[in-house]
Design a protein around this ligand. Sequence first.
Ligand code: AP5
Length: 214
Amino acid sequence: MNLVLLGPPGAGKGTQAVRISKAFGLVHLSSGDILRAERKAKTELGAKAQDYMDRGVLVPDDLILSMMMDHIGRPEAANGFLLDGFPRTLAQAEGLDARLAEKDRKIETVINIEVDDAAVTRRLTGRSTCPKCGRIYHEEFSPPVKAGICDDCGEALTRRKDDSLEVVGQRLKTYHEETKPLIAYYQNGGLLKRVSGEGSVDDVTAAIQEACRR
Ligand code: AP5
């Protein structure tokens, strides 16, 4: 299965992607995580992406499309992939469909995780992440046992620079202007399934699994 998780920033795409990719045996491809790894490795792509990401606006489509097609074309993604954070514009979605069709592949299901702006703002401004294993926490909804320390690897948790209140506002504006039109795109293509992202993490996982089997 080739799956896309759509939704606003902070909808829980990363949290759910880890669980759903494991449940269905898919490779999890997060455009945001890949870009952050490129930045950490100080690559040319990472340097180009840095300013866009820190401002909460989108990295140019051509850079993202070639980066993601490179990962989709790798052997580990041959049996199915889950896209998290990509596509994010109509141009990316159309480019993805065209490039997959050249290889006789396609997107089979798109899950839209629905959460309102106030809830995602609260989630993002309380988020912390383990820089070693990538586990995602929230100070109120899923705190670590020991404040500021990853339960799994004992590493000090970090906060993303783009989770400040100001940048979250810009990311939401970008989402409404550039990414929301994808809901209609995938709805028209008969691929869209809607899931409420406002329940507990376990409830949302169960709802996505159920939607994938429908
Ligand atoms: P990216 O890293 O993709 O960020 P995003 O889409 O804004 O999404 P997030 O990772 O912030 O949120 P999420 O939905 O994964 O939520 P999470 O599970 O962490 O992109 C960052 C930047 O990179 C962009 O701004 C852009 O510049 C660039 N970029 C990336 N892709 C691009 C593309 N395709 N094109 C162009 N540019 C691109 O959860 C959030 C918090 O909520 C956590 O604390 C979590 O614990 C908590 N939480 C999760 N679920 C629940 C729940 N059910 N109840 C309560 N709390 C919950």
